[in-house]
Design a protein around this ligand. Structure first.
Ligand code: FMN
Length: 186
């Protein structure tokens, strides 16, 4: 695909068919991710990968448990709570693959660098016909000390971008975009 075609056609995908994602495909996408720019070229990223719908579903259930124990009952997060409370709400959308982009330090601009790597990964995936969705709701659970330990992630590392991947049943329609607010010099 041409770059503009990829940009125009990437969508958050939450409905996947049964085709698994191969390890080699994930490795190829990570090679695209690490082409991203980074502050002072520190390349402060690492990646954790989980493959297999059942395992990822189980992780999603644990994220939901954590969120429901910690979400406030009122305030702006109350509507999110309602969504997550629904027993039919599947946090990782039954995806067959999960790539977690991890910042290796809180120094410099490691989080920003990881977001750029994540965007590269999502665009490269689109080019391969693979759908992705960033699952921000999983971050609080991922960044618990116990979860980092379970994933073999050093305590000073931080999960930044949890990206699910899979072959879409179909590509969702675009939500469109609001007009950009631009401040030109007067
Ligand atoms: C930082 C971030 C966090 C997100 N968190 C979630 C999430 O927890 N669950 C989910 O289903 N989608 C999540 N999304 C996907 C957005 O809802 C989606 O990108 C947005 O609606 C725009 O749609 P598009 O990606 O198809 O253009 C997240 C996206 C971003 C960038």
């Amino acid at each position: 695909m041409e770059l503009m075609e990829v940009l125009n056609n990437r969508r958050a995908v939450r409905d996947f068919n049964d085709t698994p994602i191969e390890r080699a495909t994930i490795e190829k996408l990570i090679q695209s991710a690490i082409l991203a720019p980074s502050a002072m070229n520190l390349q402060p990223w690492a990646f954790a990968v989980r493959l297999g719908r059942e395992e990822i579903d189980r992780l999603g259930e644990r994220v939901k448990d954590h969120l429901l124990k910690n979400f406030p009952q009122a305030g702006p997060e109350a509507s999110l709570r309602k969504m997550v409370e629904d027993p039919n709400y599947v946090l990782f959308h039954h995806a067959p693959a999960l790539v977690l982009v991890v910042a290796k330090s809180a120094d410099s601009q490691a989080r920003e660098d990881c977001c750029l790597a994540a965007q590269n990964l999502m665009l490269a995936a689109r080019d391969e016909g693979i759908g992705t969705c960033w699952i921000g709701l999983s971050r609080p659970w991922l960044n618990l000390a116990a979860t980092k330990k379970e994933f073999g992630i050093p305590p000073e590392y931080e999960f930044v971008a949890p990206i699910i991947l899979g072959y879409p049943k179909s590509w969702p329609k675009t939500h469109g975009r609001n007009a950009a607010e631009i401040f030109w010099a007067k």
